[in-house]
Design a protein. Structure first.
Length: 368
């Protein structure tokens, strides 16, 4: 155990509620802008309440990890030449560390890895924003300082990308390295079950944050979202995976952010209704458009064959294409029906704080 841990700039995340997850369902398809990048494992959008805690401002650096290696004889990252840290890399986030390595460091430093909920609140804030800096990925200024800080396609020293800071001031909240969390990866839907009945598949640990690799691959807009989740086996190591630590807030620092829970729950309900009604409108438009195209194609194919039987092969091809549009119209009709049904269900629900579909008090365990 480290008796004199190196002082770290820690950010106090106050006690209170926040919005976690994304409103996304399989039948949304890509009709909604918020479903274009969202993944089903982010659903449902819900409210969580967390006690106050301290989270490190930046991911753990090579220099900090080197102190741990020296003090404990823990194996160094495999990319350190001859097991030694290059001085010029001291302030880069440590990478090529497994979940087990990260957890060992956290225990040595008398800290722990954050839960998924703690990570998301620290980097998202209480208001359900899409990215740490707001709801727009990038401004239409490709040469701006903010854009260049967000879109870094290689490891960068911590503290040099202020544009990625969250509302609470947590740095590197998107990009640079993926970060291990304490939790086993599992669907949020399991929160509907009592803790004693939840089935946890202890094979994959949850990762958060996105990394430099997504910038290089052109997928940062999807993976830099605060609600995005990734997972990997706990013994996995990679050049774009690191971690940061949290610890309990001392009693004298346990501030409370007086954000009422009811308005957040009401916001989620209104968000759901807005998305469903927009989906109704767009699927109706798409269904009518596809039906019209199908009628024109199939009708034209039949007419051309009747006029000239030698066109039967071409008519058959056009007819098949028309049938495809007819199928697409039926799918959109079904999606609209599902949306109408869910609107009625949401409107009739008497949402209260004991509804586990929406509200959850997170306990600092190793599973969300």
């Amino acid at each position: 155990m480290n008796q004199n841990p190196k002082p770290i700039n820690a950010i106090l995340i106050p006690q209170g509620a926040f919005i976690m997850g994304t409103d996304i369902e399989a039948f949304y398809g890509t009709a909604l802008a918020n479903s274009e990048h969202a993944k089903l494992d982010e659903a449902p959008m819900h409210v969580r309440f967390l006690e106050a805690y301290l989270i490190e401002q930046y991911p753990v650096t090579n220099a900090e990890y080197a102190a741990f290696v020296q003090a404990t004889n823990h194996p160094p990252p495999t990319h350190w030449k001859n097991g030694n840290l290059a001085p010029e890399d001291a302030n880069l986030p440590v990478v090529h560390v497994s979940w087990h390595d990260s957890n060992a460091y956290a225990q040595w430093a008398r800290k722990r890895l954050p839960t998924e909920a703690e990570w998301e609140k620290a980097c998202r804030g209480p208001d359900g924003r899409i990215y740490p800096w707001g709801n727009i990925f990038l401004l239409d200024e490709p040469e701006s300082t903010e854009t260049s800080q967000i879109l870094t396609a290689s490891l960068t020293p911590v503290g040099t990308r202020p544009a990625t800071a969250s509302l609470y001031g947590v740095g590197e909240a998107a990009g640079n390295v993926w970060e291990w969390t304490a939790d086993w990866y599992q669907p949020y839907s399991d929160l509907k079950r009592p803790k004693s009945k939840q089935i946890i598949d202890q094979k994959q640990k949850a990762l958060r944050g996105g990394s430099w690799l997504e910038v290089r691959d052109g997928t940062a807009e999807r993976y830099f979202r605060c609600a995005n989740r990734l997972h990997a086996p706990p013994d996995y190591r990679a050049g774009n995976i690191g971690f940061r630590c949290v610890r309990e807030a001392p009693p004298g620092q346990a501030e409370s952010a007086h954000i009422p829970i009811e308005p957040l729950i009401d916001y989620i309900k209104k968000k759901k209704l807005t998305n469903l009604r927009l989906l109704q409108k767009r699927t109706q438009q798409n269904s009518l458009k596809d039906t019209l195209i199908a009628v024109v194609l199939i009708g034209g194919a039949v007419y051309s064959v009747l006029i000239n039987p030698e066109l039967i092969l071409g008519g058959a091809v056009v007819g098949i294409i028309g049938a495809g549009f007819l199928f697409s119209a039926s799918v959109n009709f079904w999606r609209r029906w599902r949306a109408i049904k869910q609107v009625k269900q949401v409107e009739s629900e008497n949402t209260n704080l004991h509804n586990q579909h929406i509200f959850h008090i997170d306990e600092n365990t190793d599973s969300v």
